[in-house]
Ligand binder design. Structure first.
Ligand code: TYM
Length: 330
């Protein structure tokens, strides 16, 4: 079976953007692929983190992975920093990656802000570590939201650069898999901005652990427009279109059918149904999450078992890679 790799940063809460854009697809892929899903804590430290909160986020994200339907008996679930080969391979790739390629990465430009000189090297090299995550396991399929597409393209370029440099066909170009409906879930405050766990306003996102009351509040306060009727128009009505997308992504209802369903509804009626839908779909995830979080020892055990499995694959591949590069491989 082909191998799938994907990951989410360990920072605070996961949002419905992470869930619909990534995790929901991962759950489905478990039956047809060898799946490896990671909590990418090394990527998290490209921005300042509180060490205690980071470790806690890692455990709580693992609980959310499992509560969402990822099965540790089917998929390898682990924390990136538990397998040190990720950083080792990232270094090897860093030595084959022209800086010009990294200069084009839009996420670096966004995250570094105005003062790029002050951004850390890790933030700049972030996509190289991503390529290492994927290629360390020979993964060929990478299910992510649209914002990560450019990074996967870079991983493909790195494959070419490495194979050419060492005259091998060792790495295979990974394919980026995007969810059709939940390509890009947008902020509830600004339909032109991605919903993000790092946005200053908690009202810009729905977190997977938000209570039903909070979800109702957030959807009620979600920005909309003064146009009557509920219909999709991404260009002129980005906020309503985003809410429709969220509805479709949760329910699996096609966009056309959803527009027919909401014809004649007022915005507030539409919002009521949307929040009820979100609450209903998140309920089993939240219930399972609560149970899992009562036994953190068990979660740590699952993460360790996942890390052991990942280590075993990575160690073998790393020895082959070191041989290709001419590094010490005893
Ligand atoms: P991260 O932690 O920012 O996001 C995790 C996953 O969630 C998706 N996502 C969204 N999808 C749709 N709409 C949104 N609003 C939204 N917000 C987040 C992201 O596209 C992603 O799939 N660098 C990556 C993590 C990573 C990784 C990897 C991914 C590290 N190594 C290797 C794949 C393969 C990141 O920061 O994702």
């Amino acid at each position: 079976m082909p191998t799938v790799f994907s990951g989410i940063q360990a920072t605070g809460n996961l949002t419905i953007g992470n869930y619909l854009g990534a995790i929901k697809n991962w759950v489905v892929m478990q039956s047809d692929f060898d799946c490896i899903f990671c909590i990418v804590d090394l990527h998290s430290i490209t921005m300042p983190q509180d060490p205690v909160a980071l470790k806690e986020a890692c455990v709580s994200n693992l609980a959310l992975y499992i509560a969402s339907g990822l099965d540790p008996n089917k998929s390898i679930l682990f924390a990136q920093s538990a397998v040190s080969y990720h950083t080792e391979l990232a270094w090897i790739f860093a030595c084959s990656t022209p800086m010009g390629w990294l200069n084009r990465m839009t996420q670096f430009k966004d995250k570094a802000g105005k003062d790029k000189e002050k951004a850390c090297l890790g933030l700049y090299a972030y996509p190289v570590l991503m390529a290492a995550d994927i290629l360390l396991y020979g993964a060929t399929h990478v299910p992510v939201g649209e914002d990560q597409t450019q990074h996967i393209e870079l991983a493909r370029d790195i494959v070419g650069a490495f194979n050419r440099q060492y005259k091998v066909e060792y790495f295979e170009e990974p394919i980026c898999i995007n969810s059709k409906v939940a390509l890009r879930i947008m902020s509830l405050r600004d339909g032109r901005k991605k919903m993000s766990k790092s946005d200053e306003s908690d009202y810009s996102r729905i977190n997977l652990t938000d209570t039903p009351d909070l979800i109702i509040q957030k959807i009620k306060k979600a920005k909309t427009d003064a146009v009557p009727n509920i219909f999709y128009d991404e260009e002129n009505r980005p906020e309503i279109s985003n809410l429709l997308n969220i509805y479709c992504a949760f329910t699996g209802v096609e966009l056309d059918a959803a527009q027919v369903h909401f014809k004649g509804h007022s915005t507030s009626q539409f919002k009521d149904e949307l929040s009820a839908t979100i609450i209903e779909h998140l309920k089993p995830v939240q219930q399972e999450y609560k149970v899992l979080m009562t036994d953190k020892g068990q979660l740590l055990k699952i993460a360790q078992q996942g890390a052991d499995k990942a280590n075993a694959i990575a160690e073998k591949r790393m020895r082959e890679i070191k041989q290709i590069v001419g590094l010490w491989d005893n």
